[in-house]
Write a protein of this length. Structure first.
Length: 486
């Protein structure tokens, strides 16, 4: 008789037969050794892009919004397009942190730290645009409702633009707390290995963490509370951003499908950006044992689902425009597909709807090179989506005499490229300062998801026993990779 059949098991999330000490060494070492050539080159390029962006922002403030090619018809151009794009990119961090934590999804541990950091940096980039697009940045404090002496000049609480201020500030605060809470135990690990100024810096950053049972209990409690607070934010923030458009009366914008469609699109683009970063990070920092093909496949499944939801939303919009019988709504969608910006509409459809369908193939889902290029395609497509919603809708008004065409100026392009540079400057510094994969969380799942503890045909491939406080790897017949007998 053959061996008894066993049920398929989940793929290991930690590979390479790692001990606890090896995990600490692998994940702390990028913060301790001198930066490599790849990091240095990437940092110089990001810094150059950021410098171009800062110069463009200074020109905008000094000269005025006239440096942008906005006109009387198209009052929102690349500024709001980029704002919505960056907010969307920030969405995956909160989803991975909060919702996947509440659902106890172990595969989040490899990617949650970088995704949360990405959220913080993306929201910082997004917040730049509302500040500068008002024109007179020195009166930007008019956004905030506070007791003042300006008489009747008071924020309009019926305006979604004010709701944006509350949504983004709340989102940023909760995301920052969540990110930092997870970092504290790892900062303490780095602190215990550091010397001199680095030790003082990490002592300050780790808030006196000692790893006592009480500290862990409070850490777990706070993580759950923040996860509970952040979960509604995943839905609310991009819903409120969608209200910027949906509460207007402009054909093509005034539609109830916007909130769920924007949320799905935000998660879609956010996961794509996490994939872009993680594929590069795992290669450059040699983290293939911690950010595995299993992690990449799980994230590609989320991209496939959210991409399909976005595709359904696009088709629903077209159907409702036709079914409504409202000629202006029909024209808005006809103009998107066949008007002067037709290329952006078909770019959006190709990148967002057609390309993710390749992920139905397991072979493609698990192909790192394909994943990398697909993740970039998706974010190009999501940028096109925001541009299509904003520019093409405004370009064709009710009056043909006011029809216009919008092309960005070099200053607008500079600001956009600059925010990408700022984002990568922050991310590259983060990779040098903090462990890019959560050490404590990887250790937490090691005994349930490490490849040496996986059960095959009723036997464990490797036992790990505690003896004298030291983890020893013991295997049958003296072979560290052989099968141990029960």
């Amino acid at each position: 008789m053959g061996a008894a059949p066993t049920s398929p098991i989940r793929e290991p999330l930690v590979q390479g037969h790692k001990t606890y000490h090896q995990i600490t060494e692998d994940l702390c070492s990028p913060t301790e050794r001198a930066p490599g050539k790849a990091w240095t080159l990437a940092f110089i390029v990001a810094l150059m892009a950021a410098t171009w962006g800062i110069v463009s922002i200074i020109i905008t403030i000094w000269v005025g919004i006239g440096t942008w090619r906005l006109n009387r018809t198209i009052g929102w151009g690349w500024d709001i397009t980029n704002f919505v794009w960056w907010i969307g990119i920030g969405h995956a961090g909160t989803l991975i942190s909060a919702i996947l934590l509440l659902f106890r999804q172990k595969w989040r541990t490899g990617v949650n730290r970088a995704a949360e950091a990405m959220t913080i940096f993306a929201v910082i980039c997004a917040a730049l645009f509302p500040a500068i697009h008002v024109g007179r940045i020195w009166v930007v404090f008019f956004f905030f409702p506070y007791p003042n002496t300006r008489g009747p000049v008071w924020p309009n609480f019926n305006s979604p633009l004010l709701w944006d201020v509350f949504a983004i500030s709340t989102y940023f605060t909760v995301s920052l707390l969540f990110w930092y809470t997870g970092l504290v135990p790892d900062f303490a690990t780095v602190r215990d290995r550091a010397k001199g100024f680095r030790k003082k810096m990490y002592t300050f950053l780790s808030f006196g963490w000692t790893g006592s049972a009480k500290h862990w209990q409070r850490h777990e409690s706070l993580s759950l509370v923040l996860a509970g607070l952040a979960t509604p934010l995943v839905l609310s923030v991009h819903t409120i951003v969608s209200f910027d458009f949906a509460t207007s009366v402009i054909p093509g914008w005034h539609t109830t499908i916007f909130p769920p469609y924007f949320v799905a699109g935000a998660i879609f683009s956010g996961f794509a950006m996490v994939q872009t970063l993680m594929v590069i990070t795992r290669k450059v920092l040699n983290l293939q044992n911690y950010i595995t093909i299993g992690h990449i496949e799980s994230m590609n499944k989320v991209i496939l689902v959210t991409g399909t939801i976005v595709g359904v939303a696009y088709l629903t919009e077209l159907f409702i425009a036709w079914y409504s019988g409202y000629v202006y709504e029909q024209f808005a969608f006809f103009n998107r597909a066949l008007g002067p910006y037709w290329w952006s509409y078909f770019g959006m459809m190709t990148c967002n709807v057609l390309s993710p369908q390749l992920f139905w193939s397991k072979k493609i889902r698990r192909n790192v090179t394909m994943t990398f290029f697909m993740s970039i395609f998706v974010n190009i497509g999501m940028w096109f989506e925001r541009f299509v919603i904003i520019a093409t809708t405004l370009a064709r008004d009710y009056l043909p005499s006011s029809w216009s065409f919008y092309v960005p100026s070099i200053v607008e392009i500079g600001i956009y490229v600059g925010t990408i540079g700022i984002f990568f400057v922050f991310y590259l510094v983060f990779v040098r300062v903090a462990p890019v994969v959560a050490i404590a969380e990887i250790k937490h799942i090691l005994k349930s998801s490490g490849d040496q503890y996986v059960i095959t045909n009723g036997q464990t491939t490797l036992h790990q026993i505690e003896q004298g406080g030291t983890a020893l790897q013991v295997a049958g017949h003296g072979d560290s990779h052989g099968n141990a007998h029960h």
